[in-house]
Design a protein around this ligand. Structure first.
Ligand SMILES: Cc1cc2nc3c(=O)[nH]c(=O)nc-3n(C[C@H](O)[C@H](O)[C@H](O)COP(=O)(O)OP(=O)(O)OC[C@H]3O[C@@H](n4cnc5c(N)ncnc54)[C@H](O)[C@@H]3O)c2cc1C
Length: 394
């Protein structure tokens, strides 16, 4: 890194899937000089922990549009470059109580209006699509034929590679930089060098909230822990539609080598991204083993091969925080994905880059930081489970 400040049009902090996709799209939109800096390395945060599900639920139509748009872009990247492991394997959503059943019926109705082939299905279809499952206690089961999966770490590195090839200056590994406001914009100082820019984007995942508070520009972001594990069933699983339970967000997907990846299925707990344990808690693995006995008895004897955790950022209303920060000229944010950032990052990055160039942010309306009045911006919201429901009940 050079020791004198180098001047750039945009500096993006954070090389998770959001920052990498954004750097790529900024160059595609013709932004001249873009630096992408990560304190650790690309994909060091939640993007390296995600199980890579792209789900049309529980979103409102605006958010569903983002998932569709992102899926389209991920498919193109996978087809053109052979990167990201995008594939459509469908989804099965099971509601086991009255409240979840009402919610799921509403989601089926909304999806049906959009004509994506989603429908309620009975026991014969479930037995064919998910022979290891016992959904006899489910009140409503929905089949989402076009639901997709990817490898989020591979997709993050694909964006980093595309961004580098397009001339983005990608740096990492000097720790969290010092960020200061200057008369000519923003200065970002890391060990060994300094960048100056008029436009600084914070795409630091769960670290974004604390960084904004340090800068005196708080936004309502909290950090929570999400865990995952990889299981080896016997016999190994053939590909199957991703299984979801809306109540506690249990998600089970098929993975290469006949393995299963699991996330959700337990309450989201607050976490500090600076000190979070990257291993899954034993209690979480025990909970998952118990759930398998009941809902997926065909895989009840699966062996746990690995467990991990990541830290995500929550907002009060379930929508992310994307765009210019009111009262802080040249400061932008792209964070607060409530545990579902992979499925929306591609679309958010494309819309952010075109809004940045055009100077009009209408395409990102529901995500703009200005939706929160100043008094609310310093509040710390509840973790995902509550905010997640906010967007899904619209
Ligand atoms: C177990 C688990 C399962 C998940 N499953 C799914 C799923 O199926 N589908 C889905 O859509 N989402 C899922 N998610 C959520 C998803 O992973 C996140 O929403 C998404 O990865 C967020 O991406 P990001 O780029 O915003 O943040 P991150 O990936 O967290 O990246 C932030 C980056 O910023 C860097 N950084 C931090 N501070 C600084 C600083 N001061 N300066 C520079 N760099 C900094 C970090 O090193 C990190 O690389 C899951 C998450 C977990 C933990």
């Amino acid at each position: 890194m050079p020791s004198a400040p180098s001047r750039h049009d945009v500096v993006v902090l954070g090389a998770g899937i959001m920052g990498c996709a954004l750097a790529h799209h900024l160059r595609r939109e013709g932004v001249g000089s873009v630096v992408l800096y990560d304190g650790v390395h690309p994909c060091a945060g939640a993007s390296g922990a995600s199980v890579g599900a792209l789900s049309p639920f529980p979103w409102d139509p605006w958010e569903r549009g983002l998932v569709r748009e992102s899926a389209q872009e991920y498919r193109e990247i996978s087809e053109k470059w052979g990167l990201g492991a995008y594939r459509e394997c469908g989804g099965l959503w099971a509601a086991r109580n009255e409240k979840d059943a009402r919610w799921l019926e509403r989601q089926i109705e909304l999806a049906r209006r959009e004509g994506d082939g989603t429908e309620a299905v009975g026991p014969e279809v479930v037995a064919r699509l998910l022979p290891a499952g016992d959904l006899s206690g489910a009140r409503v089961v929905a089949h989402v034929p076009h639901e997709a999966l990817l490898s989020s770490s591979e997709m993050t590195f694909a964006y980093a590679e595309l961004a580098s090839q397009a001339g983005v200056d990608l740096r990492w590994g000097w720790g969290a930089p010092a960020v200061e406001r200057h008369s000519d914009g923003w200065r970002v100082r890391a060990l060994g060098g300094e960048f100056s820019t008029t436009s600084l984007v914070l795409a630091c995942g769960a670290w974004t909230g604390p960084l904004l508070r340090e800068l005196g520009q708080p936004l309502p972001l909290s950090a929570f822990r999400a865990e995952g594990c990889r299981l080896r069933p016997g016999p190994l699983a053939s590909p199957f539609p991703t299984y979801h339970e809306p109540g506690d967000g249990l998600l089970v997907r098929s993975a290469p080598g006949g393995r299963l990846l699991v996330t959700g299925g337990a309450p989201s707990l607050p976490a500090d991204p600076a000190s979070a344990n990257p291993a899954a808690d034993f209690a979480y693995l025990e909970t998952i083993a118990g759930r398998f006995q009941d809902v997926l008895p065909g895989w009840a004897g699966s062996n746990v091969e690995g467990g991990w955790a990541g830290v995500c950022a929550a907002t009060p209303d379930g929508h992310p925080l994307v765009g210019p920060i009111p009262g802080a000229p040249g400061l932008f944010v792209a964070a607060g994905f409530n545990g579902s950032g992979v499925m929306r990052a591609g679309a958010i990055a494309r819309r952010f880059a075109s809004a940045f160039v055009a100077g009009s942010w209408t395409e990102l309306g529901p995500a703009l930081p200005s939706r929160f009045p100043e008094g609310v911006r310093s509040e710390v919201p509840a973790p995902r489970s509550e905010s997640f429901q906010a967007v899904s009940t619209e």
